[in-house]
Write a protein that binds this ligand. Structure first.
Ligand code: GLV
Ligand code: MN
Ligand code: MN
Length: 412
């Protein structure tokens, strides 16, 4: 089979998709179920239908585009990623796995390949936690890691329930139907940018992911007492932002002193109320993201955080309420899929790095119900979740070629 990935077509589609954005270029903001996201989904569906794929959507908006195999009754070979983007993101996170997956399918079709197993491109809903506070919403529901009942309790920052938001977006089925039947996927392989610097540092064009790190996130509410910035004397203050500052630095310190570079912790949201220059902060909301490749070490940071909160709360006479959003276990990619990816890289003489994904991905949840693996390509300076995120057309093309051969091997 003579496989040729059309790098130009892929590159121009990545640029076209980036134009569906609520931020000025080069930044991309595409939050789930916004009008912009819905326009991008319609554009994606049209691309899939043009490629001769049968498209269906489930109740949460996960989109499945299927190339029906000659033995359509057997399990499916899946690939895909997400097209939602956090505020002020770049063009490549998720998109490379979606448009690369589509291009891999088109390359296989154009080479005359006929799959026995159906090959399915899956575009997951809301990999990013921006709107509903929890990442990988679509894949959690597909895997049953998040129940329909728990999902129904989610609301966005404006207080709109997920049920309202998804129905208004046109996804009117029942969330109970989203979970995939067991054995649905024979295998799932996701192509993604690395979102870190290792491939570039090691000068490797590809990364074969062996393990995906364990993410956890929490929401915290710190309540003190507000008041006049001039009138209230320092000994009388219960400043919620000063308490938050201590908590934030303690989180950083807990990660830094864990004994491993794999421990990372971030406070990415800090909302101050009432937010006036001459008013003592009465309330602060924080979002905390803690990750590690080692579950015990990740959980030790969480325990430390609990202890710090008790100490700060007592010392500063503030209340600290902490709500766990998610605490997921890490996963090992399926050894047989890792071996297939490795073998295809070697066959082409492409050097590669066996590696860990420190970012989370929908594959983490698909791995709970199917053999799953990931292939990484480099991104410049390791930058991701920022507008200057960049992956070269050559690297994207190479990753897509390896993906296409992997899908062919698995679907044969
Ligand atoms: C995914 O976007 C992550 O935050 O790892
Ligand atoms: Mn992301
Ligand atoms: Mn991603």
């Amino acid at each position: 089979m003579m496989l040729a990935v059309n790098q130009d077509r892929l590159h121009s589609e990545i640029e076209e998709l980036a134009a569906f954005s609520d931020a000025d270029p080069p930044a991309v903001t595409r939050v789930v179920f916004t009008p912009t996201d819905l326009k991008a989904r319609a554009w994606m569906r049209a691309r899939c239908e043009d490629a001769g794929l049968a498209v269906r959507e489930d109740a949460i908006g996960n989109t499945f585009a299927r190339w029906v195999g000659t033995e359509a009754v057997t399990s499916v070979v899946g690939t895909g990623s997400h097209i939602d983007a956090i505020p002020n993101a770049g063009k490549y996170d998720g998109v490379v796995g979606v448009l690369g997956g589509l291009e891999a399918i088109r390359a296989l079709k154009e080479a005359g390949f006929r799959p026995k197993h159906s090959i399915e491109l899956l575009i997951f809903t809301s990999e990013e936690p921006t709107r509903f506070g929890i990442g990988c919403l679509g894949s959690r529901l597909l895997a049953g890691t998040l129940s329909a009942d728990a999902a129904k309790k989610l609301a966005d920052n404006d207080g709109s329930s997920i049920e309202d938001v998804r129905r208004k977006a046109g996804f009117t089925g029942e969330l109970e139907q989203v979970k995939l039947p067991s054995g649905y996927y024979k295998a799932f392989v996701e192509l993604h940018i690395e979102q870190g610097p290792m491939l570039e540092r090691e000068q490797k064009p590809l990364g074969v992911v062996e393990r995906i790190a364990a993410p956890a996130s929490l929401r915290m509410l710190i309540e003190g007492a507000g008041g006049h910035a001039g009138g209230v004397l320092m000994p009388d203050r219960r400043d919620a932002l000063c308490a938050a500052a201590e908590v934030i630095l303690a989180i950083e310190q807990a990660a830094r002193s864990s004994g491993a570079v794999d421990t990372v912790a971030t406070v990415g949201i800090c909302d101050v109320f009432p937010g006036a220059v001459n008013s003592i902060p009465a309330k602060v909301r924080l979002s905390v993201d803690i990750r590690d490749t080692d579950l015990k070490r990740r959980d030790r940071v969480m325990t430390t955080l609990d202890e710090v909160c008790s100490a700060v709360s007592a010392a500063r006479q503030v209340s600290i309420h902490s709500e766990l959003v998610n605490a997921d276990a890490p996963t090992d990619c399926a050894p047989a899929l890792v071996a297939t990816l490795t073998q295809i890289c070697k066959k082409h003489g492409f050097s590669f790095l066996p590696m860990t994904s420190r970012a989370y991905h929908d594959s983490l949840f698909i791995s709970r119900i199917a053999p799953a693996a990931m292939l990484f390509i480099p991104c410049r300076n390791g930058y991701s979740h920022r507008p200057d995120e960049h992956a070269s057309p050559e690297d994207i093309g190479r990753g897509t070629l390896v993906l296409a051969e992997t899908l062919a091997t698995l679907a044969a």
